[in-house]
Design a protein around this ligand. Structure first.
Ligand code: SF4
Length: 422
């Protein structure tokens, strides 16, 4: 073991801060265990303890306040190699903000260690009470002494199912306690009760750490559950995302010279989003870049349904559409939803069902009986009609997509072809 866990002896905490003791004892324990720093994944939380990051030679991740246990859990769950150690540093504030994350990691018995820096207040923000502040302890927000008992976080984690939990007093060499905690196979937690000289000592003059712990009723100890470490759901196989990702093979040629924005608007239940997906996949098969966005009310079964599609030869960096190039409208719901955008069009094309009255617009208006084929396929029919008229992608790409998506028996393909005259 040549590389030290810490890269400095001069840690960035206030003089006498208990975080200094925790960091040095953590480092001593890991070095004693023979762990290389790069085999240690340290996840820190928001709080004074988190400024240790730059003093570490380990892998280091800085989490959001209270969320570092969730981050650590994800890492512990995802690590495939053995010999890696996931450690979460968190304060008493973060531990109570993210208490449910601790409970879940303990309940699942994930293979990780949480080190709770319990100095009984929020040090970084000025000494406010946390959920672990003992009854009677004075803080910025409890000038008369905290009226409530703090959570017994060890009891909570133990009850949730943690393999090993211990509470220790942050005085002297406690590295052996860390070695024991870090060596557990499963979820382990060490709560180090310490004091913040800047606020804890200032607001509680004359009180000693051992007396505060004694009075709080949260005595040092250890609690064990004999459990198997959680690695995966029995009987379920996890696979990585990429094995499930479908790769689109270009098999058609498009005729698009410049980016095109398309809005399809109809009614819920009339296949607008499905038609949009078919267009997008067909466009990808034709070698185009695509974005697709759907809009509909929370009552997904009634009201409008609108799809926004961007097609381009180049990478698309903004998927929004302000004034579209093409609008396809197949129902009064769709017209009401897209009316303003149609009115803003100074050029382009509006494909609109014959039953509807087109608003004033600078777009070329192309009315057609899209609903005559049936309301459920009106949007797909209108989309095919638009593709035939504009030729941006070959209509064969649409039928190929319907086939490859397993939709040929669900959609009236022959009827659609007959209606299109192909
Ligand atoms: S404010 Fe308190 S907790 Fe923060 S570094 Fe200083 S002594 Fe430590």
């Amino acid at each position: 073991m040549n590389v030290k866990i810490l890269n400095t002896d001069s840690l960035p905490f206030c003089k006498g801060c208990g975080h200094d003791l925790i960091s040095k004892n953590t480092a001593k324990a890991l070095e004693h265990m023979g762990l290389h720093p790069l085999d240690v994944i340290m996840v820190t939380d928001i709080g004074c303890h988190g400024i240790i990051d730059r003093s570490l030679n380990t892998q280091t991740i800085h989490g959001l306040h209270g969320r570092s246990v969730a981050l650590g859990a994800g890492i512990a769950f995802g690590i495939k190699e053995s010999g890696k150690k996931v450690i979460v540093f968190i304060g008493d504030g973060g531990a109570t903000i993210g208490l449910q994350h601790i409970m879940e990691a303990a309940r699942l018995n994930l293979n990780m260690t949480v080190v709770v820096h319990n100095n009984m207040l929020y040090g970084m923000t000025g000494g406010q009470s946390s959920g672990l502040t003992p009854e009677g302890f004075h803080t910025t927000t409890s000038a008369e002494g905290n009226p409530f008992a703090g959570y017994d976080i060890c009891a909570l984690a133990h009850t949730a199912g943690a393999a090993y939990v211990t509470r220790v007093t942050g005085i002297g060499d406690i590295s052996e306690k860390f070695v024991k905690t870090f060596s557990v196979n499963g979820f382990s937690m060490i709560e180090v009760v310490e004091i913040c000289p800047s606020y804890g000592v200032k607001f509680n003059p004359g009180r000693k750490l051992n007396e505060i712990i004694e009075t709080s009723g949260r005595k040092p100890g250890e609690w064990i559950n004999e459990r198997d470490v959680f690695t995966h759901h029995p009987g379920k196989k996890t696979s990585d995302l990429f094995t499930k990702t479908q790769h689109v093979i270009k098999s058609f040629d498009h005729q698009l010279n410049q980016p095109l924005s398309l809005v399809m608007s109809g009614s819920a239940g009339e296949g607008v989003q499905l038609a949009a997906t078919i267009v997008c996949k067909a466009a990808m098969k034709s070698g185009l870049q695509v974005t697709q966005k759907g809009s509909y009310p929370v009552t997904v079964g009634i009201g409008f349904s609108t799809a926004e599609i961007n097609l381009s030869q180049a990478e698309i960096n903004f998927h929004g559409i302000n004034v579209p190039d093409i609008v396809v409208v197949t129902s009064s719901d769709g017209l009401a939803h897209s009316r303003k955008r149609i009115e803003m069009m100074k050029s382009g094309k509006l494909f609109i069902d014959l039953s509807l009255t087109a608003p004033a617009t600078g777009a070329e208006i192309i009315p057609y009986d899209f609903r005559g084929i049936g309301s459920r396929t009106a949007s797909l029919f209108a989309t095919m009609f638009f593709i035939l008229k504009t030729g941006v992608i070959p209509i064969e790409a649409i039928f190929d997509t319907i086939e490859s998506e397993g939709l040929s028996t669900k959609l009236p393909v022959d009827k659609l072809k007959a209606a299109l005259g192909i």
